[in-house]
Design a protein around this ligand. Structure first.
Ligand SMILES: C[S@@+](CC[C@H](N)C(=O)[O-])C[C@H]1O[C@@H](n2cnc3c(N)ncnc32)[C@H](O)[C@@H]1O
Length: 465
C-alpha cells in the first residue's frame, strides 16, 4: 500500500530540539576518537585512498574495534573478528603509534562470521558508505556476547584491579516482545539524519555522512515500518523515531531548533504493572526489554541484609525514577529514597512516577553538587542515615568519575548498585572505590545493545568495615 504523504500520517510531528542520546560508536571507540569527533564537531572525512594491508586480527578492544599489527604499528581494524585474516583499507594515518583501517575483504573467515543483519552495514559496501550503529552485525550472537564479556573482564582487570569472570546475558525474550534472536527488532529510539539534499538515512560508521538504506533492522517492527527511508525532508536536520511501550509510535522531524521546555511532549512507558511518564525526547532505556531487565537486575543486586528502608537511600542519575521504583517495588511502601537528576523535566516526571511511595522524592541537581552539599551540610543524624544507605547510580557513559566517587565514599553508604553502560568507566570507578574501602561483590552484564559493541553491567560494591 502506498505510504500517505507525511503530513497526513498518524503520529507525525515536526519540531525543533534534540532528544538526549547515548554517544555513537565512533565517539566511544576504544581507540582514541577520530580527529574532530568530539561532541558537536563532525569527524574528519574518512580517507578513501589509503593503502590496503593484509592483517591478522588479534583481539577486540574497548569500542568494538579489532586490533592488528602491521610493521610494528597497531592497526585498529573495523568489521573484523579476532582470528580472521583480512584485507583492510587504511582510513587514518594521522597518528604516529596507530592507524585505523576498514575491512574490505575477508581472506580467512572466523567460524562466527555470518551474513550481516543489515546489508548496508556489511563489508560488501565501501567503508565510507557503510551504515553505522551495527558494528557487530556480522558476528554470531553468542560470539558477540563473548567478545563483550572479554572487554568487560579485561577492563576490570586493567583499570579496576579485579579478576572476575562475567557472562553477558541475552535479554529474556519474555521481556522484549518482538525482539528477535539475531539481535534485530529491539530499538525503540532511532535517529536518522537528513542530508543537504533532504535524503534520509543513518550516518556512515565513524562519519557524519548520511547514507541511504532500505531498512532499519535493529528498530522494533513498528518503527521499521514508519521509517521514511525513501522520502526527502528538505530543510530538516534529523528524524527521530520513538516507540514507547505505553503510547503510539511517533515520527518527529527536527529542524535543529531546541523546543521550549514547557512545550516538550510527553509519552508513556510501561514496565511490569507500572507506568512511567517521560518526555518524548527525554532519556529512556532504548532496548524494548531494557527497563524490565534493569529493574530485575537492580532488585537482584541489592543485598537485602544491608538494605534499610528507613536509611537515606539514593537513586543517583535517576532520570524519571525507573530504578528508584525498582527499589520501592522490591522493599515496599515504607522505603525512603531520593532520586537525583540534573534534568528538571525528568525530575518533575520522577516526582509523579514515584508518588506511590510517601518516602520517595525527586530532586533536580547535579550529582557532584548534591553530594558536595550533603558533605558540607548534613547533620549527624543524616550522616548516620547515609551510612546505612543503599545508593543506586546509573551515570551517563563517562561514568561517575573521581569527584563523585570520592564524595560518595566520604559519606560511606553501606552498598552501591552501579549500573554502567561503559566497561572502562565502570572499571575505573570500581578501582577508585576499592581504594576507598569498597569491594566488588556482585556483577551481571546484559546484552542491551545487540549487534553493537555496547554492553550494560550492574555491579554491587559494599563498604568493607
Ligand atoms: C543513563 S541515564 C539513567 C536514567 C535512569 N536511571 C534510567 O534508567 O532511566 C543517566 C541520567 O543521568 C542524567 N545526568 C547526566 N549527568 C548528570 C549529573 N551530572 N547529575 C545528575 N544527573 C545527570 C541524565 O540526564 C540521565 O537522565
Amino acid at each position: 500500500m502506498p505510504r500517505p504523504p507525511r503530513s497526513d500520517r498518524p503520529n507525525h510531528a515536526r519540531r525543533g530540539g534534540r532528544p538526549a542520546r547515548r554517544p555513537n560508536a565512533a565517539e566511544q571507540a576504544g581507540a582514541p576518537a577520530p580527529k574532530g569527533s568530539a561532541r558537536g564537531r563532525a569527524p574528519a572525512p574518512i580517507r578513501t585512498d589509503g593503502p590496503v594491508l593484509e592483517l591478522e586480527v588479534e583481539r577486540i578492544a574497548h569500542g568494538g574495534i579489532a586490533v592488528a599489527h602491521h610493521e610494528g604499528r597497531v592497526v585498529f581494524v573495523a568489521d573484523a573478528i579476532p582470528g580472521e585474516r583480512v584485507r583492510a583499507r587504511v582510513s587514518d594515518t594521522a597518528h604516529e603509534r596507530f592507524w585505523r583501517a576498514d575491512t574490505v575483504e575477508v581472506l580467512e573467515a572466523s567460524a562466527d562470521r555470518r551474513e550481516h543483519v543489515w546489508a548496508e552495514a556489511s563489508v560488501d559496501r565501501a567503508p565510507e558508505r557503510r551504515a553505522g550503529g551495527a558494528e557487530f552485525g556480522h558476528i554470531a550472537d553468542e560470539r558477540q556476547r563473548a567478545l563483550k564479556a572479554e572487554v568487560l573482564r579485561d577492563a576490570l582487570s586493567r583499570f579496576g584491579g579485579v579478576e572476575r569472570d562475567v557472562v553477558v546475558q541475552a535479554v529474556d525474550p519474555a521481556l522484549a516482545p518482538g525482539a528477535r534472536a539475531d539481535g534485530t527488532g529491539w530499538r525503540t529510539r532511532v535517529r536518522l539524519h537528513v542530508a543537504a539534499d533532504g535524503a534520509v538515512g543513518p550516518y556512515a560508521a565513524r562519519s557524519h555522512t548520511v547514507v541511504p538504506v532500505a531498512s532499519v533492522p535493529l528498530a522494533v517492527d513498528e518503527l521499521a515500518a514508519l521509517a521514511p527511508l525513501s522520502e526527502r525532508f528538505p530543510g530538516a536536520v534529523s528524524i527521530d523515531l520513538v516507540a514507547p511501550s505505553g503510547a503510539d509510535p511517533q515520527l518527529v522531524v527536527s529542524d535543529g531548533e531546541r523546543m521550549p521546555r514547557g512545550e516538550r511532549p510527553v509519552t508513556s512507558e510501561v514496565v511490569g504493572d507500572r507506568r512511567f511518564t517521560v518526555d518524548r525526547d527525554g532519556f529512556w532505556q532504548v532496548h524494548r526489554g531494557a527497563a524490565a531487565t534493569l529493574t530485575k537486575a537492580v532488585q537482584a543486586a541489592v543485598d537485602a541484609d544491608r538494605f534499610d528502608p528507613r536509611a537515606a537511600n539514593l537513586d543517583l542519575y535517576g532520570g524519571v525514577g525507573l530504578l528508584a521504583a525498582a527499589i520501592g517495588d522490591r522493599f515496599g511502601d515504607t522505603v525512603r529514597i531520593t532520586s537525583v537528576e540534573s534534568d528538571e523535566r525528568a525530575t518533575g516526571h520522577a516526582g509523579a512516577n514515584l508518588a506511590d511511595w510517601v518516602g520517595a522524592r525527586a530532586l533536580t541537581a547535579r550529582v557532584d553538587r548534591f553530594l558536595a552539599e550533603l558533605e558540607a551540610d548534613a547533620s549527624a543524624g543524616e550522616r548516620a542515615r547515609l551510612r546505612e544507605a543503599t545508593v543506586v547510580l546509573d551515570p551517563p557513559r563517562s561514568g561517575a568519575g573521581r569527584d563523585v566517587v570520592d564524595r560518595l565514599a566520604a559519606l560511606r553508604p553501606a552498598q552501591l548498585v552501579y549500573v554502567a553502560c561503559d566497561p572502562v568507566a565502570l572499571a575505573r570507578d570500581v578501582g577508585l572505590l576499592r581504594r576507598q574501602g569498597y569491594e566488588l561483590e556482585h556483577l551481571e552484564a546484559f546484552d542491551l545493545f545487540p549487534n553493537t559493541h555496547h554492553v550494560e553491567a550492574v555491579a554491587r560494591l559494599a563498604a568493607i568495615v
